[in-house]
Structure formats: structure tokens, C-alpha cells
Design a protein around this ligand. Structure first.
Ligand code: AMP
Ligand code: MG
Length: 328
């Protein structure tokens, strides 16, 4: 049990009170900020879909205080799910498991399974421990947009639509959870995220990664266009490509997202170098804030460098590819 963050006890109490009344509260997690409601109340959960403008075919993740609560909400838990829970909970891993009947249809988009995790942010853990129900919480942003990694991000977009934002500072991981489903007890990654594939494989051996496409709305975190800011995003394999784009767009209107080094071809103002020291975890934590910062009227194009396809670099590339995917 984490130490209770006493400095925030008034805010936690207020958040709990609202949630018990069926209201929405934005909560900090180590991945991104979530828009939370009582997961056992269809009417509270319906508010999440309304406020986010989220299609009801997109299921929500249910957040629990403790691993030991798991079987209250799911059944037929394969042994490897427990191995993964022991290794990574509390933390940025979601397990998709057969749900019990008390989880409303709206939470799972009618699927027989529910995505479930134990988050590790101390404020949200303290909040969950105080409540006698789990929290359904997707990212606290309008559907399809970049996920929020600070309380300010939430305030800017949903501030007038929700009752309270529990401010827990900037998110430590900054990418959504890694989602794992089981097929005949064999784990499969539905969405890359805050737990690196290598870390998973160290615990359970080879794990298959399902490629996403918009034709598989079974897991809409898998939709090909998602996490998208306003200006078009283009991925570049090599920095030499910047020169080509400059022929059509003035350099002052091009934003750049790079890993370690800036480009001499573009003004420094709109360049976001995510980790000069080369740490993919630092880059991941800064990615969404950079995409948001470049969502401004004087930027007409965002060029993003492809990251190394290892560790959290895979999830960074996944989000960038989907930010770059054509919206249909
Ligand atoms: P978000 O909370 O916005 O990051 O998105 C939650 C994502 O979790 C959904 O978009 C789905 O991809 C995934 N998810 C949740 N529940 C299920 C489920 N029962 N089966 C498959 N994927 C799920
Ligand atoms: Mg989301």
C-alpha cells in the first residue's frame, strides 16, 4: 500500500465525493490523465462517452485499487495473467479478460471481455482505495486527439465539461498502457504502450503483437488514425527529407519532433527534441506535450523523426504513425 499523500487528502476526498455521486473526475495516472467514472454505473459511464464524444463501440479500461480485487470483476483468469499482474501491477499494463456480469455493457462495448489494470500513481491509488467501486477511465481528451499528460492539458480541452481535475503533476510514463489479450491462455499484445515488449518477453517469453487497422474496431485503441493533433503529421526516416518539405512549406511553419538532436534546417522555436541524452523513456514522457505544443495556427506541418524500434521506441513510433494516419 503506498503512503497516503496527506497533502492532497482534501482533493482526494472531493474527488471521491463527486465519483460517488455519479460525476466525472479527471485523474492522474502514470500513463496519461484519465476521465473517470464509477465503472459499475451505466449512467455515470455514459457521461464519459458524451463528454469525450467517444463512439460507444470503443471499450473503456477499468482501474482497480489492488490486484487481489481482480476476480470480483473478471473470471477464467489464465495463469499467465497472474504472472503478468505480479510483474507489472501497479503499472501501465492492461489485461483483457472475460468479464463478470456486474461490469456494464457500455464499459466493454458489449464485448464479453473487459480491459483491466491497477495504476500506480499515488493519488489515484489513494482515491481507488477510498472508493467501493472501480473506475472506468479512458484518456481525458476529446476522442481521436492527443492524450493529456498534465492537468493543464485536461483543463484546456475539457475544463468546462467536467466537475473536477485531480492534479497529480506531469505523467511519469506519458504513453497509454500496453494492452494484452489472451487467446487460449496465450498472451498477445493488442496495443503497444508503457511496458516495453522486451520487458514483457522477459517475463512470459515470446509475445505476438497484433497489427492494428481501422477494419478491426474490436479494439479501437487500435484504430489507425488516433492520437492526432490539428496540423498534418509526417514521419521521416531520414533528416535529409526535411529539405524536400521546405520546398513547399516555409521553415517557420514546420514543426519538428526529434529524438536527440535538432535540425539546422529549421528554426529552433518549433523544434521539440525529446531526449538529448538518448533515453526513450524520457522521450515517451515528452511526446504528447510536444504534439500539443505544435498544434497551433502558425504550424502547417509537423515532421517527426522515426524513433529506434526498440523498448518504448516501438510505442512512440506507433503513436506517431497513427497521428500521421489519414483521417477518414
Ligand atoms: P484509452 O483508455 O482511451 O487508452 O482506450 C482504451 C482502449 O483499451 C480501447 O480503445 C481498446 O483498444 C482497449 N480495450 C479496452 N477494453 C477492451 C476489450 N474488452 N477488448 C479489447 N480491447 C479493449
Ligand atoms: Mg484515448
Amino acid at each position: 500500500m503506498p503512503p497516503l499523500p496527506t497533502a492532497h487528502s482534501t482533493e482526494i476526498h472531493h474527488a471521491a465525493h463527486l465519483l460517488e455521486a455519479g460525476k466525472l473526475v479527471a485523474i492522474p495516472t502514470e500513463t496519461v490523465y484519465g476521465l473517470a467514472a464509477n465503472a459499475l454505473s451505466s449512467s455515470a459511464v455514459a457521461e464519459i462517452f458524451r463528454v469525450k464524444n467517444r463512439p460507444t463501440f470503443d471499450p473503456l479500461i477499468v482501474h482497480l485499487a489492488e490486484t487481489q480485487d481482480l476476480e470480483k470483476y473478471v473470471q477464467q483468469v489464465p495463469p499467465l495473467a497472474y504472472v503478468l499482474a505480479r510483474a507489472f501491477w501497479p503499472g501501465p499494463l492492461t489485461l483483457v479478460l472475460p468479464r463478470r456480469a456486474l461490469i456494464p455493457d457500455l464499459v466493454t462495448a458489449g464485448l464479453p471481455t473487459v480491459g483491466i489494470r491497477v495504476p500506480r500513481h499515488p493519488l489515484t491509488r489513494a482515491l481507488l482505495q477510498r472508493l467501493d467501486f472501480p473506475l472506468a477511465a479512458p484518456s481525458a481528451n476529446p476522442f481521436g486527439y492527443v492524450s493529456p499528460t498534465t492537468a493543464d492539458h485536461v483543463r484546456q480541452q475539457l475544463g468546462d465539461k467536467i466537475d473536477f481535475i485531480l492534479d497529480g503533476g506531469p505523467c511519469e510514463v506519458g504513453l497509454e498502457s500496453t494492452i494484452i489479450a489472451f487467446e487460449k491462455e496465450k498472451p498477445r499484445v493488442l496495443r503497444l504502450g508503457g511496458i516495453a515488449l522486451e520487458a514483457l518477453q522477459e517475463v512470459v517469453g515470446m509475445v505476438e503483437v497484433q497489427s492494428h487497422s481501422s477494419s478491426q474496431p474490436q479494439a479501437p485503441g487500435m484504430l489507425s488514425s488516433h492520437y492526432a493533433p490539428g496540423p498534418p503529421v509526417v514521419l521521416i526516416e531520414s533528416r535529409d527529407e526535411i529539405a524536400l518539405y521546405q520546398e513547399k512549406t516555409p521553415p517557420s511553419q514546420i514543426g519538428f519532433i526529434g529524438f536527440q538532436a535538432s535540425s539546422p534546417l529549421l528554426p529552433a522555436l518549433h523544434q521539440h527534441i525529446l531526449s538529448p541524452s538518448g533515453h526513450l523513456s524520457e522521450a515517451a514522457a515528452r511526446l504528447f506535450a510536444a504534439l500539443r505544443a505544435l498544434d497551433q495556427p502558425d504550424i502547417r506541418l509537423i515532421l517527426a523523426e522515426v524513433f529506434p524500434e526498440v523498448g518504448l521506441g516501438r510505442a512512440i513510433n506507433d503513436r506517431l504513425r497513427r497521428a500521421a494516419a489519414k483521417r477518414t
